[in-house]
Design a protein around this ligand. Structure first.
Ligand code: FPP
Length: 251
């Protein structure tokens, strides 16, 4: 396994878990079997992120666009999500992990929302990793809803238009209060963002792997994190500025 520097891990890791359907189809299995195997990979990644001391893990579990899949797959995914949340809450408590959800929760079935409410309430006092599930989530939808909230606050006199800075606007997003992701992993060989965290990924390091999500192993996770650690994050500055900043003689 790749050796990792504990001081250079991403504070916030985000993942687009893709390729469940293809994994299943390649094995002549129903797509939902791929999602079920994908849920096992979720357990492994949550466990590993927790052990590594990663503060924030955000998983793209169901997009705004996923509602247009066949009804049978949507229903099966919702059932799987509910089951996962209910079954895993005890483990989250043992590991001091707090659940968080982003996305349009109004579109989720009542029983899924109930399971989420229970899990969020039960884990609310946990101080370890924050596990954010993006459910019925779309970046454009999130940004347009935030813009509508800003407009309402300006119209109501609670906010001045001139005070709408990057930070203020960011606080109106579903992710208000969360740091931006440092590292994004997408599995299954697709090299696109697919409407995920459009605002928040501005300076995120991106990593794409051919491996389908059900086949994503601890080794693959470590390989991805080692790749992250080899990168120089410049945030628009020059390489010289970045290296000098960490040199006490040039501080
Ligand atoms: C993308 O694969 C994956 C999804 C749309 C759902 C992700 C869900 C899980 C990993 C399981 C449950 C989640 C949790 C948090 C317990 P795809 O179906 O688009 O794959 P394809 O592109 O090969 O068809």
């Amino acid at each position: 396994m790749e050796p990792l520097d504990p001081d250079k891990l991403p504070g916030h890791l985000a993942i687009i878990m893709d390729g469940n359907g293809r994994w299943a189809q390649q094995r002549m299995l129903k797509r939902i079997v791929g999602h079920q195997r994908g849920a096992e990979t979720v357990k492994m990644v949550v466990e590993q992120a927790h052990l590594l001391g990663i503060r924030h893990l955000t998983l793209f579990a169901f997009s705004s666009e996923n509602w247009s899949r066949p009804a049978i797959e949507v229903r099966a995914l919702m059932t799987l999500l509910k089951k996962y949340i209910r079954q895993e809450t005890a483990r989250m408590m043992r590991k001091n992990i707090r659940y968080n959800v982003i996305g349009n929760r109004g579109e989720l079935p009542d029983d899924v929302n109930q399971a989420l409410n229970d899990a969020i309430a039960e884990t609310a006092g946990n101080t370890g990793m924050v596990l954010t599930l993006a459910l019925s989530y779309g970046g454009r939808q999130e940004i347009s809803m935030a813009a509508a909230r800003v407009a309402r606050d300006v119209a109501g006199g609670r906010l001045k238009a001139d005070d709408v800075t990057v930070d203020v606007f960011g606080s109106y997003l579903d992710t208000g209060g969360l740091p931006d992701p440092d590292f994004l992993i997408r599995t299954s060989g697709e090299m696109r963002i697919s409407n995920f965290l459009l605002w928040q990924l501005a300076y995120t390091e991106l990593y794409f792997t051919e491996i389908n999500w059900p086949d994503f192993t601890i080794n693959e996770l470590h390989k991805a994190l080692a790749d992250f650690q080899a990168r120089e994050r410049r945030f628009g500055k020059t390489s010289d500025q970045i290296t000098k900043r960490s040199d006490p003689l040039n501080a």
